[in-house]
Design a protein around this ligand. Sequence first.
Ligand SMILES: NC(=O)c1ccc[n+]([C@@H]2O[C@H](COP(=O)([O-])OP(=O)(O)OC[C@H]3O[C@@H](n4cnc5c(N)ncnc54)[C@H](OP(=O)(O)O)[C@@H]3O)[C@@H](O)[C@H]2O)c1
Length: 230
Amino acid sequence: MAARKEAKQALVVGASRGIGLGLTREFLRRGWHVTATVRSAISGGGLENYYDQLTLDTLDINNLHMVEAFMARMKGRIFDVVVLNAGIYGPRDKGVNEATQEEISHLMMTNAISPVRLAERLVPLLRPETGVLAFMSSVLGSLEVNANDASPLYAASKAMLNRLTRAFAAKYDYLTIVNLHPGWVRTDMGGPNATLDVDSSAKGMADVLVGRAGSGGHEFLDYRGKIIPW
Ligand SMILES: NC(=O)c1ccc[n+]([C@@H]2O[C@H](COP(=O)([O-])OP(=O)(O)OC[C@H]3O[C@@H](n4cnc5c(N)ncnc54)[C@H](OP(=O)(O)O)[C@@H]3O)[C@@H](O)[C@H]2O)c1
């Protein structure tokens, strides 16, 4: 009898709503097993038919105790795709002089430092040769594209993420790493006027990630696979 083909494994960190929830749904639809982390609860639908393919876990990426406990629960797991999606917009419309120190620290910690710290812990869980590690960045973090400095603090947090992931990628030069721009997506963060729906963004990014398997290197790509300059 032919051996049963094992389902591919995805880990989506920050999956309670928006793009993370969309990516979770997209990989489930493709028949993958998804481990999805939330801070408290999922606030969106579409997972009802997939509970046998889904493992839900709890994680606040800024909480080191939770990270320790999460890593202990993940012991022995191997992932084909890991997406570090969790992020915040931070003090909307405030510049460096208006935002408080706490707001700025929380933004930089959430969008740049914690994802890279967590990625370091997850490296041994990536499938050798073909595993893909993705950081959710933004085109606003591109110094070249976002030349007029829209949303300076948020943009700086994603530029910091890009910068730190360049150093991370140099250290782990045998991995395949992608920094993603999901498009401008209609979520709580993107708002109702955004040009793209969650499902189209998630489908595009899943195609990009699956297509990168085994390719090596570190690219900054949008949801259509188009290269974005750093
Ligand atoms: N929407 C866009 O147009 C757009 C464009 C470019 C880049 N992005 C990036 O895409 C990612 C997702 O954005 P979105 O639009 O889906 O935003 P969203 O609707 O606001 O969702 C943000 C997600 O991140 C989670 N999160 C926030 N802080 C966390 C923490 N400390 N630990 C764990 N999870 C945390 C949230 O969990 P809770 O539900 O617990 O708060 C939620 O699941 C972000 O990194 C964002 O910067 C979005």
